[in-house]
Design a protein around this ligand. Structure first.
Ligand code: GLN
Length: 341
């Protein structure tokens, strides 16, 4: 749309910095302490094995663009990445086919409906709508580089591993449990295919998508993955460029409007950051140019977003000055320079 018109204009960015290391450590510890005792929410059980998660698990990991790491609680517990994978697969597809093609072939508007809605596809004439709901995510996985499902799966796994800075493994128990029960995702893929909106075989694509969701991560991994998007596409721990700065920016704008399902508007209003959540209780919130916060706590609200995670993000977004929309009044100095009060 407008991207072609401005593509030769240099992308400028000015985002500010995180507070000092001690201050961030202290606030992350405070956030953990503040919400560890909260017990609202329900652990997901529509994929049977997920019901085994401990509702008391609560981990917070914040990684800055210089690789600085701030941790509290259960940051090394492994869980399946689930929907958070959608953000990174989107970035990889965007890198391979480009901004315009993703915009045209998938879309970037919120459905206003649940993440696994079938009716959203019908209401929009077969459009998958956006890559953060299941329909769009399945269509996006089908666009991963590779001729066969096996090659596409290899590209998903190695791509997400580059974001994490280590080789990610699949949790076979989660993959098999979801494959036995994911009739709805198979239906969504079949429906997209009936509209000619799926570029590969529907059942094979659902298989790759289900493996993608079963990749095993920790809160610490997720923070590194998110920090790569905050650092213009360069992994701040390994120093490897994973995607271009334009793709990192595009991924974050999509997360801002669609990352928290039908509650994305409320999330932006309350927290003011691009974010993505998953049904295992993870949330990544990204502060462009500063870093990323990953929270992990399995009990979810009705939209499928972690309850403790949302609270911890709200606290840290405010206390660390991460909210993209917050500003403080300026002060003009004699020499003409400006500072903020
Ligand atoms: N694999 C899950 C599904 O497709 C992911 C959903 C999620 O995390 N919201 O249903």
């Amino acid at each position: 749309m407008f991207a072609a018109d401005v593509q030769n204009v240099p992308q400028e960015a000015f985002t500010g910095y995180l507070p000092t290391k001690d201050r961030v450590d202290d606030l992350v510890a405070q956030a953990h302490q503040r919400y560890a005792g909260h017990t609202d929410g329900t652990v997901a059980d529509y994929i049977p094995i997920l019901a085994e998660a401990n509702p008391n698990w609560f981990g917070l990991a914040l990684v800055g663009i210089n690789g600085s790491t701030h941790l509290a609680g259960d940051v090394d517990v492994h869980f399946s990445i689930q929907s958070i994978s959608k953000a990174f697969v989107f970035a990889l597809v965007c890198e391979s086919i480009g901004h315009e093609a993703v915009h045209e072939r998938i879309g970037v508007n919120n459905t206003g409906l649940a993440f696994n809605s079938v009716i959203a596809v019908e209401l929009n004439n077969g459009s998958p709508m956006n890559s953060m709901v299941n329909a769009g995510a399945i269509a996006t996985t089908a666009m991963m580089p590779g001729d066969t499902a096996e090659e596409q799966w290899g590209a998903v796994r190695s791509g997400l591993s580059r974001f994490a800075g280590r080789q990610l493994e699949i949790d076979d128990g989660v993959y098999l449990s979801e494959m036995r029960t994911n009739k709805r995702n198979r239906s969504i893929a079949g429906l997209l295919d009936s509209y000619g909106r799926l570029e590969k075989d529907p059942l094979e694509t659902v298989d790759v998508y289900t493996r993608q969701c079963a990749l095993s991560v920790t809160a610490r991994d997720l923070a590194v993955m998110g920090a790569t998007l905050a650092d213009g596409g360069v992994n701040p721990v390994t120093g490897e460029r994973v995607v271009s700065a334009d793709v990192a920016r595009d991924t974050l704008s999509l997360l801002a409007s669609c990352g928290m399902y039908e509650k994305s508007g409320e999330w932006l209003f309350e927290i003011g950051l691009p974010a993505k959540s998953g049904v295992t209780g993870g949330i990544i919130s990204i502060s462009p140019g500063k870093g990323a916060l990953a929270t992990f706590s399995p009990p979810l609200d009705s939209a499928g977003n972690s309850v403790r995670g949302q609270r911890a993000c709200a606290f840290l977004s405010r206390a660390l000055g991460l909210n993209l929309f917050a500003s403080s009044a300026h002060v003009s100095h004699q020499d003409g320079s400006l500072t903020h009060s």
